[in-house]
Design a protein around this ligand. Sequence first.
Ligand SMILES: [Zn+2]
Length: 250
Amino acid sequence: MRVSLICLMINFLISVKAFAFEVCGDIKQGELLIIHDKTHTYLTAVGRDQTKPLDINGVKFDIQKTKWDIQSVRGVEQKKVTPSKEHEAAILREQKDVKKALNQKANKNSDWQKGFIEPVQGRISGHFGYQRIFNGIKKNPHSGTDIAAPLGTPVKAAADGVIVLAGYDYFYTGNIVIIDHGDGLKTIYAHLQSINVKQGENVKQGHIIGTLGKTGRATGPHLHWGAVLSGTRFRPQSLLDFAQKTCRSY
Ligand SMILES: [Zn+2]
């Protein structure tokens, strides 16, 4: 009796020690992971092309590869596929503004912990990570998810946060909003028809930040929804299933 009690205690101590942290989500290219350790909860994102093992709390994890398909799009305005010299300044302004917004730490809270909703409901017309070919020319992989819906459909903030960019008339993204959800996590809303928010404004989840459009490099009305964690772009839909992600203890 006494021996088995001691065994039980030893087992208990081993299991407590073994639960150093928990990883929720697939350790797969383009996915967002939630890590719970004894003291806090934080996020890590696996890059689209990341192959080197992921280090979580000093443990190395192999990354599952994702098969990225090819998406061929015809009918894109040729100047938006092969921009001429005259567009250089406009493209530079866009890159500078977007980079600056993505580097901002405007939100001191961890608003992302409350979870995310879809900014708009519609048909997925472009998947994250796909290699894109515009008018037969190979371009950068798609950095977000495209959701097609009627022009003027209200676009909602996917979670609480601070507006770090409300920018107009950009060459590629058209009218764009970027929201800072804290701890390096931001969501991007591009090709908007109109914008209802201003830089520095606090928004709640579901707040109408603008309307769906086709500004910038777009062949039809859709929302380009992007998600970035400290510079790493990941599949935005992996924000939607926070509570359903499968967790494993290490
Ligand atoms: Zn897009």
